[in-house]
Design a protein around this ligand. Structure first.
Ligand SMILES: Cc1cc2nc3c(=O)[nH]c(=O)nc-3n(C[C@H](O)[C@H](O)[C@H](O)COP(=O)(O)O)c2cc1C
Length: 366
Protein backbone atom coordinates (compact mmCIF):
# COMPACT_ATOMS: atom_id res chain seq x y z
CA UNK A 1 0.00 0.00 0.00
CA UNK A 2 1.49 3.43 -0.96
CA UNK A 3 2.59 5.39 2.08
CA UNK A 4 2.17 9.22 2.11
CA UNK A 5 5.43 9.60 4.06
CA UNK A 6 7.59 7.68 1.61
CA UNK A 7 9.62 9.21 -1.24
CA UNK A 8 8.05 9.66 -4.65
CA UNK A 9 9.59 10.08 -8.08
CA UNK A 10 8.00 13.09 -9.83
CA UNK A 11 9.34 14.12 -13.22
CA UNK A 12 13.10 14.50 -12.84
CA UNK A 13 13.08 14.83 -9.05
CA UNK A 14 12.60 12.51 -6.09
CA UNK A 15 10.37 14.03 -3.45
CA UNK A 16 10.92 13.11 0.19
CA UNK A 17 7.19 12.48 0.74
CA UNK A 18 3.84 12.67 -1.09
CA UNK A 19 2.48 15.72 0.72
CA UNK A 20 2.21 18.84 -1.43
CA UNK A 21 1.83 22.45 -0.37
CA UNK A 22 -1.02 23.78 -2.55
CA UNK A 23 -0.55 27.09 -4.37
CA UNK A 24 -1.66 30.02 -2.23
CA UNK A 25 -1.68 33.69 -3.16
CA UNK A 26 -0.42 35.72 -0.20
CA UNK A 27 -0.04 39.19 -1.79
CA UNK A 28 3.23 40.05 -0.11
CA UNK A 29 5.55 40.49 -3.12
CA UNK A 30 6.68 43.92 -2.02
CA UNK A 31 10.06 43.74 -3.80
CA UNK A 32 10.71 46.16 -6.68
CA UNK A 33 8.58 45.45 -9.77
CA UNK A 34 6.42 42.79 -8.09
CA UNK A 35 9.39 40.66 -7.06
CA UNK A 36 9.72 38.32 -4.07
CA UNK A 37 11.24 39.44 -0.78
CA UNK A 38 13.49 37.87 1.89
CA UNK A 39 10.35 37.29 3.96
CA UNK A 40 8.86 35.20 1.15
CA UNK A 41 12.07 33.13 1.06
CA UNK A 42 11.71 32.54 4.80
CA UNK A 43 8.03 31.54 4.42
CA UNK A 44 8.74 28.97 1.72
CA UNK A 45 11.90 27.67 3.43
CA UNK A 46 9.88 27.06 6.60
CA UNK A 47 7.62 24.77 4.53
CA UNK A 48 10.42 22.89 2.72
CA UNK A 49 9.52 19.60 4.44
CA UNK A 50 6.67 19.33 1.92
CA UNK A 51 7.41 16.73 -0.73
CA UNK A 52 6.64 19.52 -3.20
CA UNK A 53 5.82 23.20 -2.76
CA UNK A 54 3.70 24.85 -5.44
CA UNK A 55 4.11 28.61 -5.13
CA UNK A 56 1.41 31.21 -5.02
CA UNK A 57 -0.09 32.18 -8.37
CA UNK A 58 2.61 34.10 -10.27
CA UNK A 59 1.81 36.25 -13.29
CA UNK A 60 3.58 35.35 -16.54
CA UNK A 61 3.07 38.91 -17.85
CA UNK A 62 2.05 42.32 -16.58
CA UNK A 63 -1.47 41.96 -17.95
CA UNK A 64 -1.80 38.60 -16.22
CA UNK A 65 -1.79 40.20 -12.76
CA UNK A 66 -5.14 40.44 -11.01
CA UNK A 67 -4.47 41.18 -7.37
CA UNK A 68 -2.23 43.56 -5.44
CA UNK A 69 1.33 42.49 -4.65
CA UNK A 70 1.35 39.14 -6.40
CA UNK A 71 4.77 38.21 -7.79
CA UNK A 72 5.67 37.90 -11.46
CA UNK A 73 8.13 35.88 -13.53
CA UNK A 74 8.49 38.21 -16.49
CA UNK A 75 11.52 40.37 -15.56
CA UNK A 76 15.20 39.81 -14.77
CA UNK A 77 14.63 41.45 -11.39
CA UNK A 78 11.93 38.92 -10.51
CA UNK A 79 14.12 36.02 -11.65
CA UNK A 80 16.96 37.21 -9.38
CA UNK A 81 14.59 37.57 -6.43
CA UNK A 82 12.95 34.17 -6.96
CA UNK A 83 16.44 32.63 -6.87
CA UNK A 84 16.59 33.50 -3.14
CA UNK A 85 13.39 31.52 -2.64
CA UNK A 86 14.39 28.45 -4.64
CA UNK A 87 17.86 28.36 -3.03
CA UNK A 88 16.33 28.59 0.44
CA UNK A 89 13.94 25.70 -0.28
CA UNK A 90 16.60 23.54 -1.95
CA UNK A 91 19.04 24.19 0.91
CA UNK A 92 16.48 22.59 3.21
CA UNK A 93 16.03 19.57 0.92
CA UNK A 94 12.71 20.68 -0.59
CA UNK A 95 11.40 20.96 -4.14
CA UNK A 96 9.43 23.82 -5.61
CA UNK A 97 7.33 24.49 -8.72
CA UNK A 98 6.16 27.99 -9.67
CA UNK A 99 2.45 28.28 -10.36
CA UNK A 100 1.94 30.37 -13.50
CA UNK A 101 -1.37 32.16 -13.13
CA UNK A 102 -2.80 34.49 -15.76
CA UNK A 103 -5.99 35.92 -14.29
CA UNK A 104 -7.55 36.98 -17.60
CA UNK A 105 -10.81 38.85 -16.88
CA UNK A 106 -10.38 38.56 -13.11
CA UNK A 107 -8.21 41.67 -13.00
CA UNK A 108 -8.36 45.11 -11.49
CA UNK A 109 -7.68 47.58 -14.34
CA UNK A 110 -6.28 50.02 -11.76
CA UNK A 111 -3.32 47.66 -11.24
CA UNK A 112 -2.37 47.76 -14.92
CA UNK A 113 -0.10 50.43 -16.41
CA UNK A 114 -1.59 52.89 -18.93
CA UNK A 115 -2.80 51.31 -22.12
CA UNK A 116 -3.21 47.80 -20.72
CA UNK A 117 -6.66 46.37 -20.07
CA UNK A 118 -7.73 42.98 -18.72
CA UNK A 119 -8.05 40.35 -21.44
CA UNK A 120 -10.29 37.30 -21.76
CA UNK A 121 -11.69 34.68 -24.09
CA UNK A 122 -14.74 36.88 -24.82
CA UNK A 123 -16.11 40.28 -23.84
CA UNK A 124 -18.01 38.86 -20.88
CA UNK A 125 -17.46 40.30 -17.39
CA UNK A 126 -17.61 37.99 -14.40
CA UNK A 127 -20.52 38.67 -12.08
CA UNK A 128 -19.43 39.71 -8.64
CA UNK A 129 -16.61 41.74 -7.18
CA UNK A 130 -12.84 41.68 -7.18
CA UNK A 131 -10.61 42.35 -4.15
CA UNK A 132 -8.52 45.50 -4.75
CA UNK A 133 -6.41 47.95 -2.73
CA UNK A 134 -9.43 50.26 -2.77
CA UNK A 135 -11.84 47.60 -1.52
CA UNK A 136 -14.16 45.33 -3.55
CA UNK A 137 -14.99 46.50 -7.09
CA UNK A 138 -17.22 45.05 -9.83
CA UNK A 139 -15.37 43.02 -12.47
CA UNK A 140 -14.72 44.81 -15.76
CA UNK A 141 -15.47 43.61 -19.28
CA UNK A 142 -12.25 42.09 -20.68
CA UNK A 143 -10.89 42.70 -24.14
CA UNK A 144 -11.27 39.45 -26.09
CA UNK A 145 -7.94 38.04 -27.23
CA UNK A 146 -7.60 37.90 -31.02
CA UNK A 147 -5.44 35.27 -32.71
CA UNK A 148 -2.28 37.38 -32.31
CA UNK A 149 -3.17 38.07 -28.68
CA UNK A 150 -3.60 34.36 -27.99
CA UNK A 151 -0.21 33.59 -29.52
CA UNK A 152 1.38 36.40 -27.51
CA UNK A 153 -0.18 35.06 -24.31
CA UNK A 154 1.12 31.57 -25.04
CA UNK A 155 4.58 33.07 -25.68
CA UNK A 156 4.35 34.90 -22.33
CA UNK A 157 3.69 31.59 -20.54
CA UNK A 158 6.66 30.03 -22.34
CA UNK A 159 9.01 32.89 -21.43
CA UNK A 160 7.84 32.82 -17.82
CA UNK A 161 8.44 29.05 -17.69
CA UNK A 162 11.98 29.54 -19.02
CA UNK A 163 12.47 32.29 -16.44
CA UNK A 164 11.27 29.89 -13.74
CA UNK A 165 13.95 27.39 -14.72
CA UNK A 166 16.55 30.20 -14.72
CA UNK A 167 15.37 31.15 -11.24
CA UNK A 168 16.06 27.61 -10.02
CA UNK A 169 12.53 26.19 -9.91
CA UNK A 170 12.12 22.45 -10.38
CA UNK A 171 9.25 23.16 -12.76
CA UNK A 172 6.06 25.11 -13.34
CA UNK A 173 2.41 24.40 -12.69
CA UNK A 174 0.01 25.91 -15.25
CA UNK A 175 -3.05 27.28 -13.48
CA UNK A 176 -6.06 25.95 -15.35
CA UNK A 177 -8.38 26.13 -12.32
CA UNK A 178 -10.45 28.53 -10.21
CA UNK A 179 -11.83 30.80 -12.91
CA UNK A 180 -8.61 32.29 -14.27
CA UNK A 181 -7.68 32.66 -17.96
CA UNK A 182 -7.22 28.99 -18.90
CA UNK A 183 -10.41 28.10 -17.01
CA UNK A 184 -12.21 31.01 -18.70
CA UNK A 185 -11.42 29.40 -22.05
CA UNK A 186 -12.69 26.04 -20.75
CA UNK A 187 -16.00 27.47 -19.55
CA UNK A 188 -19.29 27.84 -21.42
CA UNK A 189 -20.17 31.32 -20.17
CA UNK A 190 -16.82 33.19 -20.17
CA UNK A 191 -15.98 31.71 -23.59
CA UNK A 192 -18.52 32.66 -26.27
CA UNK A 193 -16.13 32.25 -29.19
CA UNK A 194 -17.13 30.68 -32.48
CA UNK A 195 -13.57 30.21 -33.82
CA UNK A 196 -11.21 27.30 -33.11
CA UNK A 197 -10.83 28.47 -29.47
CA UNK A 198 -14.50 28.05 -28.53
CA UNK A 199 -17.85 26.39 -29.22
CA UNK A 200 -17.02 22.72 -28.60
CA UNK A 201 -15.34 21.00 -25.64
CA UNK A 202 -12.32 20.31 -27.82
CA UNK A 203 -12.05 23.94 -28.91
CA UNK A 204 -12.52 25.29 -25.38
CA UNK A 205 -9.72 23.01 -24.14
CA UNK A 206 -7.42 24.12 -26.96
CA UNK A 207 -5.96 27.17 -25.19
CA UNK A 208 -4.85 25.20 -22.13
CA UNK A 209 -3.49 22.41 -24.30
CA UNK A 210 -1.57 24.80 -26.53
CA UNK A 211 -0.08 26.63 -23.53
CA UNK A 212 1.03 23.29 -22.13
CA UNK A 213 2.40 22.10 -25.48
CA UNK A 214 4.43 25.28 -25.95
CA UNK A 215 5.79 25.24 -22.38
CA UNK A 216 6.72 21.56 -22.74
CA UNK A 217 8.55 22.48 -25.96
CA UNK A 218 10.66 25.03 -24.07
CA UNK A 219 11.43 23.47 -20.67
CA UNK A 220 10.61 19.75 -21.11
CA UNK A 221 7.53 17.73 -20.15
CA UNK A 222 9.00 16.48 -16.89
CA UNK A 223 9.10 20.04 -15.58
CA UNK A 224 5.43 20.81 -16.23
CA UNK A 225 2.31 20.30 -14.12
CA UNK A 226 -1.26 21.42 -14.82
CA UNK A 227 -3.98 22.33 -12.31
CA UNK A 228 -7.68 21.85 -13.03
CA UNK A 229 -10.86 22.26 -10.97
CA UNK A 230 -13.71 20.61 -12.89
CA UNK A 231 -17.10 22.01 -11.89
CA UNK A 232 -15.63 24.85 -9.82
CA UNK A 233 -17.88 27.91 -10.17
CA UNK A 234 -15.27 30.31 -8.70
CA UNK A 235 -15.16 33.71 -10.42
CA UNK A 236 -18.57 33.13 -12.01
CA UNK A 237 -17.50 30.16 -14.15
CA UNK A 238 -20.13 27.92 -15.72
CA UNK A 239 -19.23 24.62 -17.36
CA UNK A 240 -22.07 22.95 -19.25
CA UNK A 241 -20.09 19.96 -20.54
CA UNK A 242 -17.75 19.06 -17.71
CA UNK A 243 -17.27 15.41 -18.55
CA UNK A 244 -16.55 15.95 -22.26
CA UNK A 245 -14.36 18.99 -21.68
CA UNK A 246 -12.13 17.49 -19.01
CA UNK A 247 -11.97 14.06 -20.60
CA UNK A 248 -10.62 15.70 -23.75
CA UNK A 249 -8.27 18.01 -21.88
CA UNK A 250 -6.84 15.25 -19.71
CA UNK A 251 -6.29 12.97 -22.72
CA UNK A 252 -4.41 15.75 -24.53
CA UNK A 253 -2.28 16.55 -21.48
CA UNK A 254 -1.58 12.85 -21.02
CA UNK A 255 -0.33 12.71 -24.61
CA UNK A 256 2.07 15.55 -23.80
CA UNK A 257 3.56 13.38 -20.99
CA UNK A 258 3.65 16.22 -18.47
CA UNK A 259 4.88 15.44 -14.96
CA UNK A 260 1.60 15.74 -13.13
CA UNK A 261 -2.05 16.66 -13.11
CA UNK A 262 -3.18 18.59 -10.03
CA UNK A 263 -6.91 18.29 -9.35
CA UNK A 264 -8.69 20.65 -7.06
CA UNK A 265 -11.75 18.54 -6.45
CA UNK A 266 -14.93 20.42 -5.60
CA UNK A 267 -17.43 18.59 -3.37
CA UNK A 268 -19.47 15.93 -5.16
CA UNK A 269 -16.94 15.24 -7.91
CA UNK A 270 -15.21 12.12 -6.55
CA UNK A 271 -16.65 9.94 -9.33
CA UNK A 272 -15.27 12.33 -11.94
CA UNK A 273 -11.91 12.29 -10.16
CA UNK A 274 -11.85 8.52 -10.42
CA UNK A 275 -12.84 8.56 -14.10
CA UNK A 276 -10.16 11.13 -14.94
CA UNK A 277 -7.66 9.15 -12.90
CA UNK A 278 -8.47 6.19 -15.14
CA UNK A 279 -7.46 8.21 -18.22
CA UNK A 280 -4.36 9.70 -16.66
CA UNK A 281 -1.23 7.57 -16.86
CA UNK A 282 1.05 9.87 -14.88
CA UNK A 283 1.22 11.37 -11.39
CA UNK A 284 -1.98 12.76 -9.88
CA UNK A 285 -1.99 15.33 -7.09
CA UNK A 286 -5.40 15.61 -5.44
CA UNK A 287 -6.57 18.58 -3.35
CA UNK A 288 -10.11 17.90 -2.16
CA UNK A 289 -11.87 21.18 -1.40
CA UNK A 290 -13.56 20.83 1.96
CA UNK A 291 -14.60 24.46 2.54
CA UNK A 292 -15.39 25.94 4.99
CA UNK A 293 -12.97 23.56 6.72
CA UNK A 294 -9.42 23.13 5.47
CA UNK A 295 -8.49 19.81 3.93
CA UNK A 296 -7.57 17.61 6.90
CA UNK A 297 -5.54 14.48 7.72
CA UNK A 298 -8.28 12.13 6.43
CA UNK A 299 -7.29 12.68 2.80
CA UNK A 300 -4.02 10.79 3.33
CA UNK A 301 -6.15 7.66 2.89
CA UNK A 302 -6.60 8.68 -0.77
CA UNK A 303 -2.91 7.92 -1.32
CA UNK A 304 -3.17 4.61 0.46
CA UNK A 305 -6.21 3.49 -1.57
CA UNK A 306 -4.64 4.63 -4.87
CA UNK A 307 -7.12 7.44 -5.69
CA UNK A 308 -4.16 9.84 -5.89
CA UNK A 309 -0.37 9.63 -5.89
CA UNK A 310 0.07 12.78 -3.83
CA UNK A 311 -2.28 15.01 -1.85
CA UNK A 312 -2.14 18.79 -1.57
CA UNK A 313 -2.96 20.90 1.46
CA UNK A 314 -3.71 24.61 1.28
CA UNK A 315 -4.87 26.37 4.42
CA UNK A 316 -3.46 23.73 6.75
CA UNK A 317 0.00 24.15 5.21
CA UNK A 318 -0.30 27.91 5.44
CA UNK A 319 -0.80 27.60 9.20
CA UNK A 320 1.52 24.65 9.88
CA UNK A 321 5.03 25.07 8.47
CA UNK A 322 5.93 21.53 9.59
CA UNK A 323 2.73 19.95 8.26
CA UNK A 324 4.19 16.55 7.24
CA UNK A 325 5.59 16.07 10.76
CA UNK A 326 2.26 17.03 12.29
CA UNK A 327 0.35 14.69 9.96
CA UNK A 328 2.73 11.87 10.87
CA UNK A 329 2.17 12.63 14.55
CA UNK A 330 -1.60 12.85 14.13
CA UNK A 331 -1.65 16.58 14.99
CA UNK A 332 -2.28 18.93 16.66
CA UNK A 333 -2.64 21.66 14.03
CA UNK A 334 -2.49 25.45 14.21
CA UNK A 335 -5.67 27.20 13.05
CA UNK A 336 -5.36 29.28 9.83
CA UNK A 337 -6.11 32.97 10.43
CA UNK A 338 -8.14 34.23 7.44
CA UNK A 339 -7.61 37.87 8.34
CA UNK A 340 -3.90 37.58 7.41
CA UNK A 341 -4.27 35.47 4.24
CA UNK A 342 -3.73 38.34 1.78
CA UNK A 343 -1.20 41.14 2.27
CA UNK A 344 0.44 42.32 5.47
CA UNK A 345 3.71 41.46 7.15
CA UNK A 346 5.20 38.45 8.93
CA UNK A 347 2.14 38.23 11.15
CA UNK A 348 0.07 35.25 10.01
CA UNK A 349 2.81 34.48 7.49
CA UNK A 350 6.12 33.39 9.02
CA UNK A 351 5.09 33.36 12.69
CA UNK A 352 3.05 30.14 12.80
CA UNK A 353 5.00 27.87 15.18
CA UNK A 354 6.25 24.38 14.44
CA UNK A 355 5.25 21.60 16.83
CA UNK A 356 8.60 21.95 18.53
CA UNK A 357 8.27 25.71 18.93
CA UNK A 358 4.66 25.55 20.03
CA UNK A 359 5.13 23.14 22.92
CA UNK A 360 1.48 23.11 23.81
CA UNK A 361 0.41 26.45 22.28
CA UNK A 362 -1.62 24.99 19.36
CA UNK A 363 -5.35 24.73 18.72
CA UNK A 364 -6.79 21.57 17.28
CA UNK A 365 -8.77 22.17 14.07
CA UNK A 366 -8.96 18.87 12.27
C1 LIG B 1 -5.02 32.13 0.99
C2 LIG B 1 -5.30 31.25 -0.18
C3 LIG B 1 -4.79 31.58 -1.42
C4 LIG B 1 -4.99 30.74 -2.53
N1 LIG B 1 -4.40 31.06 -3.73
C5 LIG B 1 -4.41 30.16 -4.75
C6 LIG B 1 -3.61 30.35 -5.91
O1 LIG B 1 -2.85 31.34 -6.04
N2 LIG B 1 -3.66 29.41 -6.86
C7 LIG B 1 -4.46 28.29 -6.77
O2 LIG B 1 -4.48 27.45 -7.68
N3 LIG B 1 -5.22 28.08 -5.66
C8 LIG B 1 -5.19 28.96 -4.64
N4 LIG B 1 -5.88 28.70 -3.49
C9 LIG B 1 -6.63 27.44 -3.36
C10 LIG B 1 -5.78 26.38 -2.65
O3 LIG B 1 -4.68 25.98 -3.44
C11 LIG B 1 -6.62 25.13 -2.30
O4 LIG B 1 -7.04 24.53 -3.51
C12 LIG B 1 -7.84 25.44 -1.45
O5 LIG B 1 -7.47 26.24 -0.34
C13 LIG B 1 -8.51 24.15 -0.93
O6 LIG B 1 -7.60 23.35 -0.20
P1 LIG B 1 -7.49 23.38 1.41
O7 LIG B 1 -8.81 22.95 1.93
O8 LIG B 1 -6.41 22.42 1.71
O9 LIG B 1 -7.16 24.79 1.82
C14 LIG B 1 -5.74 29.54 -2.39
C15 LIG B 1 -6.26 29.22 -1.13
C16 LIG B 1 -6.03 30.03 -0.04
C17 LIG B 1 -6.56 29.61 1.31
Amino acid sequence: MPNPFEPYRLGRTTLTNRIVMAPMTRSRAYGPGASPTDLMATYYAQRASAGLIVTEGTQPSIVGQGYPDTPGLHSAEQVRAWRMVTDAVHDRGGHIFAQLMHVGRVADPALLPDGLVPVGASAVAAQGQIYTHAGPKPFSVPQPLDEAGIQQTIDDFVDAAANAVDAGFDGVELHGANGYLIHQFLSTNANQRTDRWGGTPENRARFGVEVARAVVGRIGADRVGFRISPGNTAQDIEEAEIEATYTGLVRELDNLSIAYLHMLEVPGQRDLTRRLRGLWRRSLILNPDTRPNPTGPGVLALIEDGTADLVAYGALFLANPDLPARLAAGGPFNTPDRSTFFGGDEHGYTDYPTLEEASGRTDQVA
